[in-house]
Design a protein around this ligand. Structure first.
Ligand code: PLP
Length: 429
């Protein structure tokens, strides 16, 4: 498609957008009665208008049936988990029984490491990316120590090459090969939180498994953002949060995927709780842990029904919009953003920004991380003042992520115009 940097062109993309009505199903932050431009779905997705209704239903059940809600509510709480896994399994590209909704992301990562980081002999190392999200770093560090190893030795970090900002698949593969007899686990972010780079999870998984390691991904920035095929790519496990592109609210209940080949493996180590116990006999309350033979076998305690309700409301919006249509719009919206940023870069003889997110479409999702070549913090301040929600990451990056369910092409165009005027004013002053 030939793009134009005009409001009329952006408006025509919006009027032809099959998802255009979905924006009205979300609460858009306001200022002086006007919609603000929210590009922070990579941080906290916006609230569906239906969420409070779904919560109210749980509150009504609780008021009306008390604990009997688990069985007597119009939608019995006992089965509520099952109403989440259908749409979520489509989004994540796995079987419904391969995922479970529980806890938060960091807790789930710890639980998965208990099962999938099983150092043996000289195979005790973990390969991860340098500058992984801090919670992931602390999680890896403490597991390694828990097994009696020194993180400096046991954690192998893959870094971008000198002068580069993102990882090359070949460098990850090369490190896997170099440490092939020592790796117990390869653990990476499917999309890096800072650069927005999407990794080739399929190839990395294949190579890591060939080297004899288990493979897991942190999908915090990928879930609800990009298409994935976790089952076909054969990942051993993955974890994600649901408050970013899955719009399920602050502190939302998170998700974990475990490949089905592990479900009936009773030798596998895990930290267990009664909610992971065989559903049919759970209430016999007997000694000896007998897991459910699905990812739900990793659940610990009583599910947070109110958080489930938030998640369900958001997943129902995704279902109504259609995951395929969301993906089509995501690609077009991001492409238009890149086009608009290229136009901004034409205002002067030399570029004013350089995106560290890869330009290659297979390596990008909604997020674009712009490295501001001068006065970045001031530009961010002025963008915020002008009504844009974008974020600042030291030393010089502005991150933004237009989201197909509630952002428009007109907003992307508007962003380009505002950024251009800010940059022009700063160079003229
Ligand atoms: C990539 C990544 N991993 C882990 C976390 C931590 O998630 P939580 O605080 O939900 O445990 C985040 C939070 O933003 C994240 O972006």
């Amino acid at each position: 498609m030939h793009f134009e940097n005009t409001p009329a062109f952006a408006a025509s993309l919006d009027s032809n957008d099959p998802l255009k009505d979905f924006r009205n199903r979300f609460i858009i932050p306001q200022s002086a009665g006007k919609d603000k431009i929210y590009f922070l779905g990579n941080s906290l997705g916006l609230q569906p208008k239906s969420t409070s209704e779904y919560i109210r239903q749980i509150m009504d059940d609780w008021g009306r049936y008390g604990v009997e809600s688990f069985f007597e509510a119009p939608e019995p709480w006992m089965d509520y988990h099952g109403s989440l896994t259908g749409t979520l399994s489509e989004v994540m590209g796995c079987l419904p029984q391969e995922l479970t909704v529980m806890n938060n992301l960091t807790v789930n990562l710890h639980l998965m490491l208990v099962s999938f980081y099983r150092p043996q002999g000289k195979r005790y190392k973990i390969l991860c990316e340098a500058k992984a999200f801090p919670s992931d770093q602390y999680m890896l560090e403490t597991h390694v120590k828990h097994h009696g190893f020194d993180p400096q030795d046991a954690i192998v970090e893959v870094k971008p090459r000198e002068g580069e900002q993102t990882l090359r698949t070949e460098d990850i593969l090369q490190q896997i090969i170099a440490h092939r007899d020592e790796l117990a686990l390869v653990f990476l972010g499917g999309i890096h939180y800072y650069s927005g780079q999407v990794l080739d999870m399929h190839t990395i998984t294949r190579m890591a498994q060939q080297a004899g390691a288990k493979v897991g991904f942190d999908l915090a920035h990928a879930a609800g953002n990009i298409e994935m095929r976790l089952h076909d790519w054969n990942l051993d496990f993955a974890c994600w949060c649901s408050y970013k592109y899955l719009n399920s609210g602050p502190g939302a209940v998170a998700g974990a995927y475990i490949h089905e080949r592990y479900h009936a493996d009773l030798q596998m180590q895990r930290f267990a709780g009664w909610w992971g116990y065989d559903k049919a006999t759970r209430f016999k309350m007997e000694q000896g842990f007998k897991p459910m033979l699905s990812a739900e076998g990793w659940q610990l305690g009583t599910p947070p029904l109110i958080l489930y309700a938030c998640h369900r409301a958001a997943l129902d919006e995704i279902k109504a919009a259609g995951w395929d249509r969301i993906q089509l719009k995501r690609k077009l919206l991001t492409k238009y953003l890149w086009f608009v940023l290229d136009e901004v870069n034409k205002i002067q003889t030399k570029p004013v920004l350089s995106c560290i997110t890869p330009r290659n479409q297979t390596e990008q999702g909604s997020q674009v991380s712009m490295n501001m070549l001068s006065s970045g913090k001031e530009v961010h301040r002025q963008l915020t003042e002008a009504g844009f929600y974008v974020d600042w990451r030291e030393p010089s990056v502005i991150r933004l992520a237009p989201v197909p369910l509630y952002n428009t092409f007109a907003e992307v165009w508007q962003f380009g115009q505002t950024l251009k005027s800010i940059l022009q004013a700063s160079t003229n002053s």
